[in-house]
Design a protein. Structure first.
Length: 303
C-alpha cells in the first residue's frame, strides 16, 4: 500500500470488470486502489464457456490468473474488504470500508456486480451456477440433447423456451404455479412439444449441485439434467445509488458508451450495468471504462 490514501482512481469490485479496468489504468501509470470483498457471483460455477481462448476454464482459476497479471503493475493496489460508504466532495471522492479505513480519489469506478435473489426452493441455491443456469450461451452446449427445464413465466418464459429448444428437444417449461402465458403462447408450446407444468415446485433433488429431478408440491417429479432459471436480482452494492447515479427500469446502473454514469466522475462496468452476463462482456466494459477514465484525467490535466 502507498504511504498516503489518495489515488487517481478507486475501483470498488475486483472481479473481471474491475480488474480489466485496473489493468488499462495501471498501464497508463495511474495510481489505482481496488477494494474487493472477494465474493464473485460465479464462485460456484465449475467452468466458464463461450470465452474464446479460455473455453472450459474454471472462473476462479481465470480470476486468480487475472489478479497475478494485474498486480504486476506497481501503481495498482489492493484492499480486501467491503466499501460501505462513499461521498462526492468538491474535488474528489471519499470511500470508507467496513474496517474503518478511508481513501480518496479523483475518479470512482463501481464494478460490484449484482446479487441474485434465490427463490425459497430447497436445493436451488446449492445448484446455482452448476446445473441451475442463467445463460444458454455460457452453459447450454454442455447439456445439449439432455432433459432440460426452464423455470420462468410470461413472455420471457415463452421466448426463452423457443431459444433453449434449439439445444434440446426434451424441454419442459415450469411456471411454478398458475402461468400467465396467453392461449396462443400455450398453443405454440404444445405444437413444438414443449411440456408446460404449472405445479408449484417443492425442491430440487441433486448430488453436489447436479440436479437429478425436480419435486413438485403434488408429489410428482420430473427427471432433468439442467434447469434454466430467470430469477430477480438486486445491485450488490447500493453506493452508486446513494451517490445519485441513475438506475434504469430494469434495475441496472445507467451508463453511456464510455461506462460513465449520470454522475460526473463516477463510472460503472460489469454485471451491474447490463443483463449480458458473460466474462468477455464484463472484461470489455472494464477495458472501455479504464481507457475513458484515463482520458478524462488527461484532459483535466491541461492548464
Amino acid at each position: 500500500m502507498k504511504n498516503n490514501n489518495h489515488y487517481d482512481v478507486i475501483i470498488i469490485g475486483g472481479s473481471f470488470a474491475g480488474l480489466s479496468a485496473a489493468m488499462a489504468l495501471g498501464r497508463s501509470l495511474r495510481d489505482v486502489l481496488i477494494i474487493d470483498g472477494n465474493q464473485p457471483c460465479n464462485r460456484q460455477t465449475p467452468q466458464s464457456h463461450n470465452f474464446i481462448t479460455h473455453d472450459g476454464t474454471p472462473p476462479l482459476q481465470l480470476l486468480e490468473k487475472a489478479k497475478q497479471q494485474v498486480f504486476q503493475y506497481p501503481t495498482i493496489h489492493y484492499q480486501k474488504g467491503l466499501a460501505v460508504a462513499a461521498k462526492k466532495n468538491a474535488t474528489d471522492f471519499a470511500v470508507s470500508t467496513e474496517s474503518g479505513d478511508q481513501y480518496t480519489s479523483k475518479k470512482l469506478l463501481i464494478a460490484t456486480g449484482v446479487k441474485d435473489i434465490m427463490p425459497d426452493i430447497k436445493g436451488f441455491s446449492d445448484c446455482w451456477g452448476i446445473s441451475v443456469l442463467h445463460c444458454p450461451y455460457c452453459h447450454g452446449y454442455e447439456y445439449k440433447h439432455q432433459p432440460t427445464a426452464i423455470m420462468a413465466d410470461g413472455d420471457l418464459a415463452f421466448h426463452f423456451a423457443l431459444m433453449v429448444q434449439n439445444l434440446t428437444q426434451q424441454l419442459s417449461l415450469l411456471t411454478n404455479g398458475q402461468s400467465t402465458l396467453s392461449a396462443e403462447q400455450k398453443r405454440i408450446l404444445r405444437s413444438r412439444n414443449i411440456t408446460l407444468i404449472e405445479q408449484p415446485i417443492n425442491e430440487l433433488i441433486h448430488q453436489s449441485g447436479h440436479i437429478e429431478k425436480i419435486g413438485f408440491e403434488n408429489g410428482e417429479s420430473l427427471e432433468i439434467s439442467a434447469l434454466y432459471a430467470k430469477i430477480p436480482f438486486t445491485q450488490t452494492s447500493h453506493l452508486a445509488e446513494k451517490l445519485g447515479c441513475n438506475i434504469n427500469e430494469h434495475g441496472y446502473l445507467q451508463v453511456n458508451e464510455k461506462q460513465l454514469t449520470s454522475v460526473p466522475g463516477i463510472y460503472a462496468a460489469g454485471d451491474n450495468t447490463s443483463p449480458e452476463r458473460a466474462l468477455s462482456i464484463a472484461i470489455a466494459a472494464g477495458t472501455r471504462s479504464g481507457a475513458a477514465i484515463n482520458m478524462e484525467l488527461v484532459m483535466e490535466s491541461i492548464d
